[in-house]
Every structure is written in structure tokens, then in C-alpha cells.
Design a protein around this ligand. Structure first.
Ligand SMILES: [Zn+2]
Length: 337
């Protein structure tokens, strides 16, 4: 890239000029020239347009891929269907710009201002939105999978939902995620998303973000080899941090089968009416269910040994805990919080 011709200036010269933006004498003429070139479908791929004032320009469908637009002024510009793949937009001003259907895949929007911008159907996969300002930015149907979020101002973003984060997965299962490379920053990002969804009444989306936030926390604990990883992993397995009631049904089922197997192996249970009764597999399962749910009919009883009685008591204890957890999770998930 050519350097600016101005004495001792270390900046690179901007596209189609010998000077950097600060040292171009007639900036209006430069803008007009650029506008004319755009009208003739000149590609601006990889162009250096750092700090250039492109405000209010019509840049619809222009190829700006890999262009350097760091700190450029693109406010009120028309970027409809523009190609901004892998563009550098560090600290760029995109206030009130129209980015409908534009491609921003892999672009760097760190500290960019997207206040009031329209991003309908825009593709931001793998882009970087660290410390970007999304106040009143309309993200209706925008794609944000694998996007880096951290300290991104989301509080007044419009039409943001879990759907924005859908990754192209298999036919049967969709995954929804942001860029999770840094567990610490991703935990913060998911917390911000959770707050946004809760504030906007999107409780199912908030549940997804809350689960992801806890998952990031667990990853971090694992990395640190912290002892707190174990209870976190157990809570994930049992109930998905209170966000997945179906996991409790599954783990309750496992627990009932496990206890039934223990009773059978230890020959711990007997029929209350007759000691000669031979226990079948279904009797053990039945006894396990009745104990787990703390119904306790008393038709089958543990043999009089401290071990067998403790085993049955521990199942009853776990059962009450799991049922309580199930009701809590269900209420949490399906009630308007
Ligand atoms: Zn210069």
C-alpha cells in the first residue's frame, strides 16, 4: 500500500489518491469522484478508505469486501446489498445507515457505531461486534451465528432473538451460538443477551442464553481445574441449570433403574406378607418407583438391615429433591417471569 505523500505523514494513502484522508485538499471533489466511480460499477474490493467521509453516499450493491473502512464515516449511507465481507470497520460510524441484505461476514466492527442502522437480512456470520453500539439498530432476520460479542451495547437493539444466532447445522438439530472462543467474554456476552431477552419478554430465548451463560462458566471452571466444576456439571446433567425440565425426567428414570438394580443385586427387598415370595424384575422397578415418589404403600419393604433401609431412604430423599426440582424448573421455564 502506498504511503501518504504529505511530508513525514506515516498514514497510507486512500484509494485513488496520493494522500491520506487528513491531507486530501479537496475532500468534496474526492467524494464526487468516488461517487462517479461507484456509479460505473468500479469495484472497491480491498480499497483503503480509512477515515474517509462517505456519509450519505449511495453505495448500494458496491463490492467493498476486504476494504479498510476503519473510522470511516458511513452515517446515513445506503449500503443495501453491499458486499462488506472481511471489511475492516473498526470504529466506523454507521449511524442510520441502511445495511439491508448486506454481507458483513467476517468483518471487524469493533467499536463501530450502528445506532439506528437497518440490518434486515444482513449476514454478520463470524463478524466481530466487540464494544459496538447497537442502540436502536434493527436486526430483523439478520444472521449473527459465531459473531463475537463483548460489552456490545444491546440494550435498545430492535428485533434481536435467539433465531439470529442459528448456525447451519444438520437437518434435525439446529445450534444457536455466538463465537465462544473466549469463555470469559462469552459468559459476559450471554449474560447481556439474557438481560436483553428478559427485558423484551422473550423468555424462551432468555432461557437459552441463561443455559449458555452457565455452560461458559462451567468451561471456565474446567479450565481452572476448580472443584466447583463438579457441582456445575451435576446441575447441568440433572436439569440443564434449571432450564431443561426434560433432563430431570431422564435423570429420574436413570435413578429409578439404578436403585432397582441395586435392590436386585443386594437382594434387599422382601414382600411384607410373606418372606417366601420370590421377587421379580418388575417388583424391583415397582418398589423403586414407589420409594422414589415417596408413596410407600408398604406391600414391599426393605429387609431389616441398616444398609438396605439406608439405601431405600436415600432413594426417597433423592426422589423428593428431584420432584421439587422438576416443579421449580417447569414453573421457571413456562411462567412469565
Ligand atoms: Zn497524510
Amino acid at each position: 500500500m502506498q504511503s501518504c505523500k504529505f511530508q513525514n505523514c506515516k498514514n497510507h494513502a486512500v484509494f485513488n489518491s496520493e494522500f491520506c484522508w487528513n491531507h486530501i485538499k479537496d475532500t468534496d471533489a474526492y467524494r464526487k469522484k468516488l461517487e462517479a466511480m461507484v456509479k460505473e460499477n468500479t469495484s472497491l474490493k480491498g480499497a483503503n478508505l480509512a477515515r474517509v467521509n462517505l456519509s450519505t453516499l449511495d453505495l448500494a450493491r458496491v463490492d467493498l469486501s476486504e476494504a479498510n473502512l476503519s473510522r470511516a464515516n458511513l452515517s446515513d449511507s445506503n449500503l443495501f446489498d453491499a458486499n462488506l465481507r472481511n471489511a475492516e470497520l473498526l470504529g466506523a460510524d454507521l449511524t442510520n445507515s441502511d445495511l439491508t441484505s448486506s454481507s458483513l461476514c467476517g468483518s471487524d466492527l469493533t467499536r463501530a457505531c450502528l445506532r439506528g442502522a437497518r440490518l434486515w437480512h444482513a449476514d454478520l456470520e463470524n463478524s466481530n461486534l466487540i464494544e459496538a453500539n447497537l442502540d436502536y439498530c434493527d436486526l430483523w432476520n439478520a444472521r449473527l451465528p459465531n459473531t463475537r460479542f463483548w460489552r456490545t451495547n444491546l440494550s435498545h437493539a430492535i428485533s434481536l432473538s435467539k433465531k439470529n444466532f442459528r448456525c447451519k447445522a444438520s437437518k434435525f438439530s439446529d445450534t444457536y451460538k455466538i463465537n465462544e472462543k473466549g469463555a470469559l467474554s462469552s459468559e459476559d456476552a450471554y449474560r447481556d443477551l439474557k438481560k436483553y431477552f428478559l427485558a423484551n419478554g422473550r423468555y424462551n430465548d432468555a432461557s437459552w442464553a441463561a443455559f449458555k451463560e452457565k455452560t461458559m462458566e462451567r468451561m471456565l471452571l474446567k479450565k481452572k481445574k476448580s472443584i466447583a466444576y463438579i457441582p456445575s456439571a451435576i446441575m447441568n446433567f440433572l436439569c440443564g441449570y434449571g432450564e431443561k425440565p426434560q433432563r430431570i425426567i431422564f435423570s429420574s428414570f436413570l435413578m429409578i433403574v439404578f436403585y432397582a438394580a441395586m435392590y436386585a443385586v443386594l437382594n434387599a427387598i422382601t414382600y411384607a406378607q410373606s418372606a417366601a415370595y420370590i421377587m421379580s424384575k418388575s417388583d424391583y422397578i415397582y418398589y423403586s418407583v414407589i420409594t422414589f415418589t415417596t408413596v410407600g404403600y408398604g406391600d414391599f419393604i426393605p429387609k431389616s438391615s441398616i444398609l438396605f433401609r439406608s439405601l431405600a431412604a436415600s432413594e426417597a430423599f433423592i426422589g423428593t429433591f428431584m420432584i421439587g426440582l422438576f416443579i421449580f424448573t417447569l414453573a421457571r421455564k413456562y411462567s412469565a417471569r
